[in-house]
Design a protein around this ligand. Structure first.
Ligand code: HXC
Length: 258
């Protein structure tokens, strides 16, 4: 499917989705987020896809929600559209892993989009921020909640109240991103990580995603019980037998997602 604001490539079991509004630093407008929801839904259904990577350009992953589009709206428009809730909920329904590969600016909704992915690999040029306060608003698609869980209250308050940007080194130190690499290596690193994930049993992969996400949603006791049950459950799969046999036979496992 051809999109106006995205470039999608599917190769080697990886769906690479590139945000593509170069004149607006990949600002997230309704078209882009609608197309992203569509592309993610299609990748999730496509049996050939085993991992998804979302990226932007060298300059910007995304510099936030589109300020021009938002500037024309009032409360009733925002409320009636439940502005960006349907699109972001579509992203959160995706069961396959999503890696955000971030270079340049990831601001406002761009930072929030990266945080909705399963993990973030950053180029050393990445800059994260929640500068909505400078526009007289606040984050609207998860920034106050997710950034706080990633980096803690003090730093989240600092970022949201001052609107300052965080560089890649600080983002890694604070737990916002999983790794930082030179900008020239960003896509290699992200695609290699995606390929590694694509080699695993996709049953374990989906269970990891569900179980780690569960840690944000429930008590430790309930989360541990959920983990123990899914761990037990995996002993009823052919891939568990294959993984353990392969280890004992000193060979690479051949998972069949069964
Ligand atoms: C619309 C944007 C944009 C945005 C950049 N552009 N960010 N357009 N919405 N969020 C456009 C500029 O208007 C400009 O277009 C072009 O991209 C290049 O940007 P410049 O400002 O000229 O580049 P530079 O000087 O390098 O500064 C880059 C920047 C700055 C630091 C990223 O553009 C910036 O501060 N952008 C806004 C960041 C922001 O406030 N994000 C939060 C948005 S609110 P022209 O046509 O002039 O060349 C949000 C809410 C989320 O995200 C909740 C949603 C529900």
């Amino acid at each position: 499917m051809a999109y106006q604001t995205l470039i999608v490539d599917i190769d080697n079991h990886i769906a690479l989705i590139r945000l593509n509004r170069p004149d607006a630093m990949n600002a997230l407008n309704s078209t882009l987020l609608g197309e992203l929801a569509d592309a993610l839904g299609a990748a999730d259904k496509n049996d050939k896809v085993r991992c998804i990577v979302i990226t932007g350009s060298d300059k910007a992953f995304a510099a936030g929600a589109d300020i021009k589009e938002m500037s024309e709206k009032g409360f009733v428009d925002m409320f009636q559209a439940d502005f960006f809730a349907p699109e972001t909920e579509a992203l959160l329904r995706v069961r396959k892993p999503i890696i955000a590969a971030v270079a340049g600016y990831a601001l406002g909704g761009g930072c929030e989009l990266a945080m909705m992915c399963d993990f973030i690999i950053a180029a050393d040029t990445a800059k994260f921020g929640q500068p909505e306060i400078n526009l007289g608003v606040v984050a609207g698609i998860g920034g106050t909640q997710r950034l706080t869980r990633f980096v803690g209250k003090s730093k989240a308050m600092d970022m949201h109240l001052t609107g300052r940007f965080m560089d890649a080194e600080e983002a890694e130190r604070s737990g916002l991103v999983s790794r930082v690499v030179p900008a020239s290596k960003l896509m290699d690193e992200a695609m290699t990580a995606a390929s590694k994930i694509a080699e695993k049993s996709q049953i374990s992969v989906k269970v990891v995603k569900e179980a780690v996400n569960r840690s944000y949603e429930t008590t430790l006791r309930e989360g541990l019980l959920f983990e123990r049950r899914v761990f037990h459950m995996l002993f009823n799969t052919a891939d568990q037998q294959e993984g353990m046999s392969a280890f004992l036979e000193k060979r690479q496992p051949q998972f069949r997602d069964q």
